[in-house]
Design a protein around this ligand. Structure first.
Ligand code: UDP
Length: 477
């Protein structure tokens, strides 16, 4: 029958919008480019599931001809306030495995391949049980993969040296990783279960049929060559993976406002799905925007102290009034040229609007890709996870951003610095050069995705491997 001639691919998305969005975009491409049947398993934690549901609704019943199935994995509340975000994600994923196994075993058409993200590698054993191919989709860049694969093999002494003596990590064939930009995981105690889990993940990753990554050949030629030279595991750059999600009434208001602003005159300020700032930092940012006298759209959240990922799994609770945390009179003084939006807005719609001329970003990799595909230059303000690595790559290698400097003593970025960065990107000549570079990158991204472009070809290769595997399996049956 028709059904058995095309592969069926199962994808597993871990909690967090930054994980879910690229998985959904990959699913859409497998459906629309390859006419594959695709099932996406979505793992959510409490509040985030609300947005997920809206998002999933916005995807359902569109152009996919019934080839796309989305299955919400029932979620369990993980109690304990001292549980870190990463621990929560890891535990939730662990508890999802039996559901996933049962669902897969019940499927009429067994999937040919299982694709998981960085937090889903624990599920790859299920793929083994059912003779499925195994892939990992990394929602970050090739340099990050090179660093992680390499650190899982070297003597821990090198990382200790990096953390204690601040020596750079010299990854063969790649840019060295400076201590100032180090990946958050390296500062963890090597005996911490989360650290060990991370090392295990890296090892598991290298034992798959391939790693899919949200980048493209022309963006990161050096790291991709270094990765391929190791001959450890096939690498498939299939990016940029960008998908717009969940338009709302709010969206219309923002777009209406943007429509009235001059071209490339607005700075868009957002720290991703979960980034939060300290109370003092919120004040400095507000003053910086006000002093710049430029137009802005700012996705603002109530401050948190000592937790830069304060809203990661909850997207903020949406009830706190952000004006309580802004300087007195700020909203009134800036109402003619600024928009403060609480918690969340449809970012891809905003970044693709012609009035937006710059993006002050926490450098989450999805946000970075969304800025690049729209030719919008960035101000890099990394907060947590691998964001400092991303900021380094974007600023010093790719040339898509300028980067803020925090005051050493307290880690706070001052209003004068913010004012000057906004000015640089929207007004100065420096901004013009950056803008020209951003336009080049936008074209390069579009080429990679076009038919026969590098990322298009990578995805076709994966499709071919899956089709081949399906043939082999059916001839055995
Ligand atoms: N996002 C959005 N609206 C917001 C904040 C985030 O649509 O107000 C989307 C953003 O477009 C991106 C994702 O959420 O696709 C966040 O992923 P990213 O890797 O940038 O950062 P993370 O939140 O994972 O740190």
């Amino acid at each position: 029958s028709m059904e058995s001639t095309k592969p069926h691919i199962a994808l597993l998305a871990s909690p967090g919008m930054g994980h879910l969005i690229p998985v959904l975009e990959l699913a859409k491409r497998l459906v629309s480019h390859q006419s594959f049947k695709v099932t996406v398993f979505v793992v959510a934690i409490d509040h985030a599931s609300i947005t997920n549901t809206q998002l999933l609704q916005s995807l359902a019943g569109s152009e996919d001809d019934g080839l796309l199935d989305i299955v919400l994995v029932p979620f369990v509340d993980i109690v304990g306030s001292d549980v870190t975000m990463v621990e929560k994600i890891v535990e939730t994923m662990r508890r999802s495995l039996s559901f996933l196994r049962t669902e897969i075993s019940k499927m009429k058409i067994l999937p040919t391949a299982l694709v998981v993200d960085l937090f889903g590698t624990g599920a790859l054993g299920i793929a083994d049980e059912f003779n499925m191919l195994k892939f990992v989709l990394i929602a970050s860049n090739a340099w990050f993969i090179a660093v992680t694969l390499w650190t899982s093999e070297i003597d821990r002494k090198e990382i200790d040296d990096h953390v204690k003596n601040r020596t750079p990590l010299n990854i063969p064939g790649c840019r060295p990783l400076k201590f100032e930009d180090t990946f958050q995981v390296f500062s963890m105690d090597p005996n911490d279960p989360s650290y060990q889990n991370y090392i295990e993940t890296c090892i598991t990753m290298s034992l798959t049929d391939g790693i899919l990554v949200n980048t493209w050949d022309e963006l990161e030629p050096t790291s991709l060559k270094a990765l391929r030279d190791t001959k450890k595991v096939p690498i498939y750059p299939i990016g940029p993976l960008v998908r717009s999600v969940g338009k709302s009434v709010l969206c219309n208001e923002i777009i209406y406002w943007l429509d009235k602003q001059p071209e490339e005159s607005v700075i868009y300020v957002s720290f991703g799905s979960g980034g939060t700032l300290s109370a003092q930092q919120v004040i400095e940012l507000a003053w910086g925007l006000e002093l710049s006298q430029q137009r802005f759209v700012w996705v603002a959240r109530p401050p948190t102290e000592n937790d830069a990922a304060g809203a990661y799994l909850t997207l903020g609770n949406g009830t706190d009034d952000i004006s309580d945390y802004l300087p007195d009179g700020f909203l009134a003084r800036t109402q003619d040229r600024g928009l403060v939006v609480p918690t969340w807005l449809p970012q891809v719609e905003v970044l693709s609007h012609p009035s937006v001329g710059g993006f002050l970003t926490h450098c989450g990799w999805n946000s970075s890709m969304e800025s690049i595909v729209n030719g919008v230059p960035m101000i890099a303000w990394p907060l947590y996870a691998e964001q400092k690595m991303n900021a380094n790559l974007l600023t010093e290698d790719i040339g898509a951003s300028i980067r803020v400097t925090a005051v050493q003593l307290d880690g706070v970025v001052r209003r004068e610095e913010i004012r000057s960065m906004v000015w640089k990107i929207l007004v100065d000549d420096e901004g013009q050069n950056l803008r020209a570079r951003s336009k080049e990158l936008k074209i390069s991204a579009a080429k990679a995705l076009a038919e026969n472009g590098s990322s298009y070809s990578s995805l076709s290769q994966i499709a071919e491997i899956c089709a081949q595997h399906l043939k082999t399996m059916s001839s055995k049956a």
